[in-house]
Design a protein around this ligand. Structure first.
Ligand SMILES: Nc1ncnc2c1ncn2[C@@H]1O[C@H](COP(=O)(O)OP(=O)(O)OP(=O)(O)O)[C@@H](O)[C@H]1O
Length: 265
């Protein structure tokens, strides 16, 4: 469980996030959408400890973490997939994975540990690129690698900062399927997106950040039924509301798909 209560944060005394209250339950994808500069990255950086909140409470699994160092927050079970992927251009895929692997970290009780073997099973595209350097990967492969790296830290809460940015639609779809499958294994997922349609296809709830304030937070089904409100908040002409996703269909061999546990009901 990830919980934020009246969190305010910013830079050099200026406030970017104002009184943000948000709760994400395990197994759910909470999307936060907003325009450029709304404060989305500041939100994930504040949860991850890269920005120190001025006020408010942040809890991971009931444990307060606000103000802790980023490495301690990571150890509490927070994995960050940063905007722009931030893979190392000179390191190979294999080197990235070996450096990130932390199987000794306590995972969620009862949850299967993320190992390099399990990651490669999930992401066969990475398995085929093990000797490639970061700068030799496509944008989609870099994104998979960034997610793999975060998973190897054994997170309970996964923060994804615009994972679809710059990806072709089919690759963005694969990332979306991967994120949905990860949540289905019990991970708590906070997905920051600028593009509402990327978020709405995978999220259980959709929140809108406007000038650093959370002005909307509803189940996705309600958001789909209310496209005009979302369009107005995001200053876009229309909201594409694709049909609600059905049960998992067939996936191509190299499409990442996390084995799903029994339905949450
Ligand atoms: N390191 C920093 N120092 C000072 N100001 C910053 C810093 N990082 C971000 N800001 C400011 O905070 C505000 C919110 O930025 P943030 O990156 O959180 O927005 P965002 O919603 O993620 O935007 P985008 O969709 O363009 O990535 C902006 O006004 C930005 O200029």
């Amino acid at each position: 469980m990830l919980r934020l209560e009246r969190v305010s944060a910013g830079y050099h005394g200026g406030t970017v996030l104002h009184d943000v209250t948000l709760q994400v339950t395990p197994g759910c994808v909470q999307a936060v959408v907003g325009r450029n500069g709304a404060g989305k990255s500041t939100l994930v950086h504040t949860i991850a400890g890269l920005v120190r909140p001025y006020t408010g409470r942040i809890e991971i699994g009931g444990v307060p973490v606000a103000g802790r160092q980023p490495h301690r927050i990571a150890r509490s079970g927070v994995g960050l997939v940063p905007q722009g992927r931030r893979v190392f251009s000179r390191l190979t895929v294999a080197e990235h994975l070996v450096l990130a692997a932390a199987p000794w970290r306590a995972a969620t009780p009862g949850a299967e540990c993320w190992t390099v073997a399990r990651i490669l099973d999930l992401l066969p595209r990475l398995a085929a690129r093990l000797r490639h350097r970061g700068d030799q990967l496509s944008g989609g492969e870099q994104q998979m690698l960034a997610i793999a790296r975060a998973l190897l830290g054994q997170p309970r809460v996964l923060l994804l900062d615009e994972p679809s940015e710059g990806l072709a639609p089919d690759l963005a779809d694969r990332v979306r399927d991967l994120v949905g499958g990860l949540a289905a294994t019990g991970l708590t997922v906070l997905l920051v997106e600028q593009q509402l349609h990327h978020a709405i296809e995978v999220a259980d709830r959709v929140a809108v950040l406007e000038y650093g304030r959370l002005v909307y937070d509803r189940p996705t089904a309600e958001a789909r039924a209310d496209p005009a409100t979302l369009a107005a908040m995001l200053s876009i002409a229309t909201v594409a509301t694709p049909p609600a996703p059905g049960p998992a269909a067939d996936f191509r061999a190299d499409t990442p798909q996390v084995p799903r546990p029994p339905s949450k009901g």
